[in-house]
Design a protein around this ligand. Sequence first.
Ligand SMILES: [Zn+2]
Ligand SMILES: [Zn+2]
Length: 365
Amino acid sequence: MLAGHTDLYEVLGVSRDADSGAIKKAYRKLAVEFHPDRNRSPCAEEKFKQVTEAFAVLSDPEKRRAYDSSGMAGIGGFSAEDLYAGADWGDIDGLGGLGGSLFGSLFGGRQSRGAEFEQMQPVMVELQVPLDRIMHGGIEQVRVPVRGTCSACHGTGAKAGSQPKKCPACDGQGRQVTAQTRGNAAVQQISICSQCRGNGQVIEDPCPTCQGAGQSTETQKVTVAIVPGIADGTVIRLELPGGLKREARVIIRSQRHPQFERRGHDLWAEHSIDVTDAVLGTKLNVRTLDGECTLSVPERTKPGTVLRLRGQGLPIPGTTDRGHLYVAVQVRMPRELSPAARELYEQIRSQQTTAQQTPDQPQPV
Ligand SMILES: [Zn+2]
Ligand SMILES: [Zn+2]
C-alpha cells in the first residue's frame, strides 16, 4: 500500500497547508478525471488508486498528522482497512454514481476482498431536517440502506437447496493456463477464467432474492441527534448496529420551509404591507420560527427594503447567540379604490409640490 509515493500532497496537487476543503476539492477533480470507467488510458486505474490513497490519508486529521511528522513511516502501521476507514468521504458527492461499486472493483480484486472493502466503506445518506427541529434540536430517524450477506442464500448466491458448482472450465482454479510455442520457446499464458470470472465457481441456479450476487440491501433505522442550529451539510458519523463495524455518514440538509429560508444561522422571510403603512410606517406582528415578534416598519419604507429582527434566527451551536431574522418588505396595492379613498389620495396629490418629490424618484423620459 502506498509504496513508492514520495509526496502525498504532490499526488493530489495541493500545498502542505491545504485545508480539508481544498483537499476534498482536489481529490474530487482527480477522481473524476482518472476514474477508469471514464478514462480508458492504461495508467488511469493506477493513478486513481494513488489519488484515492493520498486522499484517505490526508483527509483524516490523525493520519495526516502522522504523515506530516514521520512521512510514509508514520502511516506504515495502518492496515488497508484502517487506511480508508477514517477518510472523510463525507461529501465526495461530486462523484455521483461512481460510489461503492467503483471502490469494490478497484481495490477488491475478487469476491472475498471486495466484500471486505465494501464493509469498511461508510454508507452515506442525506437527512432532510425540518427547520423547527434545527431550531430546537432533538432526535431524527434516518433510514440507512445497508448491504449485507443475502439472508436467503447466506451469501452463496445459489438458490436455496442448490450449491455453487466447481467451475468446469478451470476446474475451480479461477484461471486458465494456455501453453503456446513461439519459436523454440514454450510460453505459458495465464489468464483469468472467463467462465467463472476467476471465482472458481459457477452458479447454475441463482438465488432469486439477490440474483446470484450473494448480497442484499436492507434498511436500518438509525437515530440521529440534532443539536440546535446544526449547520447545513454537517456530516454525522454513526456506527451501524449489528456488530459489522460499519459506519454511516449522515449528511444534514435543512428542509425547505414554506415561510423561512435558511442562510447560515440567519432566516429570511417576506412580508407584505399596505401602501399607507409603507408611507406612514407601522408596527407588524411577524411570525418567527418559535413565536411572534413585533417589527417596526419606519415611515417611507421602499418596496424590497430588508429589515432585521436581531437574534430571531437559528441558534449558533456552542454559543448562546442566535442569528437574525431578515424580513424583506413588499408593498401591496389596495385591491380596489373606493370613491372616498380616491378623494383622499387626490387631496394628497394636490398638496404635493414638485419640490417635495424626492430626487431618486424616476423622472418621466
Ligand atoms: Zn441470495
Ligand atoms: Zn472457471
